[in-house]
Design a protein. Sequence first.
Length: 262
Amino acid sequence: MLIIGELINGMYSNIALALKEQNKKIIQTCALEQIAAGAEALDLSCGAASKNPLIDMPWLVETVQEVTDKTLCLDSSRPKVIEEGLKAAKNKTIINSTTADPEKLEILIPLAKKFKAKLIGLTMSAKGIPQNMDQRLELAAQILSYASENEFSAEELYLDPIVMPISVAQNQIRETLEAIHELKIISQPAPKTIIGLSNISQGLVSRGLINRTFLTMAVASGLDSAILDPKDKELMDALITAELILNKNIYCDSYLEAYRKK
């Protein structure tokens, strides 16, 4: 599974401070800590704290690239901000993200092709977040169809079925799990699947327990990638164990240690 570290985000006070002061050390320390904990890619988001994301995004990219060559997931709802980050990127990149709306797809798919980036497609549109699995699959099909028509391979796509906070959309969680499974057979070649894990426990007391329980269920449903906090050791242990049970890793008594040394 591709683990994308979520912690370089302007919503966090330390990252907001680093953006304000252009403090490279805070950003680079956060990047290296996530990698040491198991992240194979890093999500970069300026967040609402940024006064000028068109400048801050390429600064984040350049700052992180000074200490690692890991894949960078450029996270913004503004295509221009994404583009500025892509221009600065020397590492592999993922665009986070497009919706199924044609006006978004017609900008971001050419951008992904131009910069040889992968693309996260959210199964939502301007009408909002879908209420069931079938609606999620319909929007996923729209993304895949547009990509195919514009010669962007499904293998370069990550489809996100949108996990909602369990406190406000408990009935949606099972629909999301079922969508993860069905998205794997929606086309050939199959797109990859991804979730923003922290969404499910947003604002809740038992965040850690909810996150790791849902993650193991999502892995069993066929999940390929997650944006999460890799520094949560119990979460990572649960993920490693889930993949072990699914025969994706070879058992030994010290399998957790062995996995982390890979």
